[in-house]
Design a protein around this ligand. Structure first.
Ligand code: FEO
Length: 168
């Protein structure tokens, strides 16, 4: 059984992951609008991945006899100044999420909730990958200098991204 405090904090994280999904979907819409459909595809998969993160925590709360409580999701931004600015936003957002996951681990340790600590370790590793991947993409996008030739090539590359449930 989850403690009330742990349950509340996990539910907050479900909301944060749903917000991440919303944010990336908004970025996908932005890329579609500026005709970078490969970028839009990449972001749409990212939104899907975030939804799977939310569901992972949702299922865990249920499994431990808790009650997932769904709160309102904040509206994400709609516009960015350039593709590079979008990925700066992705990286800073993922860094923020890493901080939230670390706070949850700290709480699980404080409450001696070993099961939740163990459950959260998947997210600790996932955040290392998320930050590395956001940074890699950001560097590639920056290298184009916002020139259409480079963006076109990246657009082709990002359009080939495949959703892999194993790396959710
Ligand atoms: Fe669910 Fe991108 O962290």
């Amino acid at each position: 059984m989850l403690s009330e405090k742990m349950e509340k904090s996990l539910n907050k994280q479900v909301n944060a992951e749903l917000y991440s999904s919303y944010l990336y979907l908004s970025m996908s819409a932005y890329f579609s609008e500026i005709n970078l459909n490969g970028f839009a595809h990449w972001m749409r998969l990212q939104a899907q991945e975030e939804l799977s993160h939310a569901m992972k925590i949702y299922d865990y709360v249920n499994e431990r006899g808790g009650r997932p409580l769904l709160e309102g999701i904040d509206a994400p931004p709609k516009l960015w100044g350039s593709p590079a600015e979008v990925f700066e936003n992705v990286l800073s957002h993922e860094q923020k999420v890493t901080g939230m996951i670390n706070d949850l681990v700290d709480l699980a340790i404080e409450l001696k909730d070993h099961a939740t600590n163990n459950f959260l370790q998947w997210f600790v590793s996932e955040q290392v990958e998320e930050e590395a991947s956001a940074n890699e993409v950001l560097q590639k996008v920056k290298m184009t200098g916002n020139q259409s030739g480079g963006l076109f090539m990246l657009n082709q590359e990002f359009g080939k991204r495949i959703f892999s449930p194993d790396s959710e």
